[in-house]
Design a binder for this molecule. Structure first.
Ligand SMILES: O=P(O)(O)OC[C@H]1O[C@H](O[C@H]2O[C@H](CO)[C@@H](O)[C@H](O)[C@H]2O)[C@H](O)[C@@H](O)[C@@H]1O
Length: 554
């Protein structure tokens, strides 16, 4: 079996990585051209956001053909070449499987529309209520009602996301069979990694009823017991046959109890889970489309719960700050200005030394930051455009609404990778689909020549592969009430060595009172983003602005 604790996964958003054919869109041959760069980081697997045939209403999360590469991104021959070349450098491929819904352009939906009963049962088709209103009062996660008219019939189809993303009915064994066939097709092409998009919302009740509010509504379709049943079935019929497979479920608004079951090896469901609770600590009253500073104590509390309880229950976390749906973490939890480098390294340390498998989102290793576009015209993401309209409907001025979009838009992380300082950041020879910004200072060329963040990531990755305390150790948080420092201990059963990790989340120096058990021990610095001279652990430890420090004590 794979030791997940020794693995590090890199995420590539293909549309924004490297454009090889001058159409302004990143592509698979472009990724192939940049494999030397990836090799330098020494990651184990790459998660690729979807590049299957899609009308791109939700940037590929609306799949029209699960078996084909979208010509915008390349050909199947390009994909085969990518898999083969990555194999040569010992890097696996993780594909993004979107099975909660498919595009309304997908032949499954098109056949259903044409009246084919078999395919109609792939979807949630319901009639309007007796009073003519929608089948339920559910809201789409992208705004507006979660139901759309099913062609020229009396029926509506459910879409938890965009109306072009029709929800698939997992209760239908024929649908599940079709899903497993897709997974096995890609396995036969040498793929060993699978990320399952919002997989924990696939178990909606068969009888769909009105909700009484947003939270109760989520409970009607999130983490229901059947999800575990279907995941076990998928595991047995697909990737579970391969001891080297690595799978991750994107779990929307999930719980620790469910996440343990999703990821505990003896449950035979998935290898690990993404949860998003720690990325909602800058949501005012739980609302994403708001602007407020992050709540550090809440962040600590969530890390404590998810790290310690997943450890005690035998579950496994995917560790991450960034992905294609999130504004850049450096802007949210660090300082993108004066302390850009120190805070990028501090954030990386905070999660890379935790228990789980770290994910690095492309550009994070350079300390890339939000583009801070100046107009709504610069944004293209469907969720952001809808949110802008909704915020104005709620009474905000265009300026107020724009400031929120600027902070929270998913386009923040989707800007093209900065390869150099040129007009289009060396990403493309023509105007890209989304403009790069701030590449004059932050780019690969500059980082590899004079930077230190990339190098720091290399060290963190190397440490994970060589230090069993990091890959296999348990975790216990300490300094739980400290308002500035996140600190934890990693330890192995029956071993005296311990790893202590200190991360200062603020741009001011801070002195901590060390627990007695850690005082006056022999200390070896494992990694730090500051020069450490004559370090010894006494009663007090001073941490400089955004300092990260990991020491081994015996
Ligand atoms: O915020 P949560 O409710 O915990 O959900 C997590 C993320 O879910 C959605 O992301 C994924 O599905 C979308 C539809 O396929 C797709 O647009 C997105 O790119 C996927 O990653 C949601 O869109 C995200 O905002 C949430 O963070």
């Amino acid at each position: 079996m794979v030791n997940l604790g020794k693995k590090v996964i890199y995420q590539i958003y293909p549309k924004s990585f490297y454009d090889s054919n001058g159409d302004g869109i990143g592509d698979i041959p472009g990724i192939i051209k940049k494999l030397d760069y990836i090799k330098k980081l020494n990651v184990d697997m790459i998660w690729f956001n979807p590049f299957f045939v899609s009308p791109q209403h939700d940037n590929g999360y609306d799949i029209a053909d699960y078996y084909k590469i979208d010509p915008r991104f390349g050909t199947m021959a390009d994909f085969d070449e990518l898999v083969a070349k990555l194999k040569k450098i010992n890097v696996g491929v993780m594909l993004d499987m979107v099975f909660n819904h498919c595009s309304t352009d997908n032949e499954w939906f098109q056949k259903a529309l044409a009246g084919d009963k078999k395919y109609q049962k792939f979807f949630y088709l319901r009639k309007a209520k007796a009073d003519g209103s929608l089948p339920t009062n559910w809201q789409s996660k992208f705004g507006g009602p979660a139901w759309a008219k099913f062609g020229d019939t009396d029926y509506y189809y459910l879409h938890l996301y965009d109306p072009t993303q029709a929800d698939l009915d997992w209760h239908n064994p024929e649908l599940r069979k079709a899903v497993y066939k897709v997974v096995n097709f890609w396995r036969s092409k040498g793929v060993q990694g699978f990320r399952f998009d919002v997989i924990n919302v696939t178990g909606k009740a068969q009888k769909l009823v009105d909700s009484t509010g947003p939270d109760q509504e989520k409970s009607l379709y999130t983490d229901t017991p059947v999800v575990h049943k279907y995941l076990k079935e998928m595991n047995a019929n697909t990737f579970g046959k391969d001891p080297n497979s690595i799978t991750v479920g994107e779990m929307s608004s999930t719980t620790i109890k469910n996440s343990i079951e999703y990821s505990k090896p003896s449950e035979h469901e998935l290898s690990m889970v993404f949860n998003f609770h720690h990325l909602k600590v800058d949501y005012k009253n739980g609302e994403k489309w708001t602007k407020t500073p992050f709540d550090f104590m809440k962040l600590k509390e969530l890390f404590t719960q998810w790290q310690e309880k997943m450890d005690q229950g035998g579950g496994w976390n995917a560790l991450f700050w960034n992905n294609h749906d999130q504004p850049i973490a450096l802007n949210r939890f660090g300082d993108p200005g004066k302390y850009r480098i120190k805070s990028a390294e501090m954030l990386a340390t905070a999660i890379h030394l935790m228990r789980g498998t770290p994910y690095i989102y492309m550009g994070e290793e350079l300390g890339m930051v939000n583009p801070d576009y100046s107009s709504m015209k610069d944004y293209v993401d469907v969720e952001s455009l809808n949110a802008f309209k909704e915020l104005k409907k709620k009474g905000m001025t265009a300026k107020e609404a724009f400031e929120i979009i600027q902070t929270k838009s998913r386009d923040n992380s989707r800007t093209p990778m900065h390869w150099d300082a040129s007009k289009y950041a060396g990403f493309s020879k023509v105007k890209p689909w989304l403009m790069p910004k701030k590449q004059d200072k932050i780019n690969v060329q500059e980082e590899l020549r004079h930077g230190e963040i990339f190098n720091y990531y290399q060290k963190l990755i190397k440490l994970r592969k060589n230090e069993p305390l990091i890959s296999d150790g348990h975790i216990k948080m300490f300094l739980k009430n400290d308002p500035q420092i996140l600190a934890y201990e990693r330890f192995l059963e029956n071993k005296n060595d311990k790893l202590l990790v200190f991360t200062n989340f603020y741009g001011k120096k801070h002195i901590v009172q060390l627990p007695e058990k850690y005082q006056n021990k022999h200390v070896q610095v494992i990694i730090s983003n500051y020069k450490q001279t004559n370090l010894s652990l006494n009663e007090r430890l001073t941490l400089r602005p955004y300092e990260a420090l990991a020491v081994k004590i015996s």
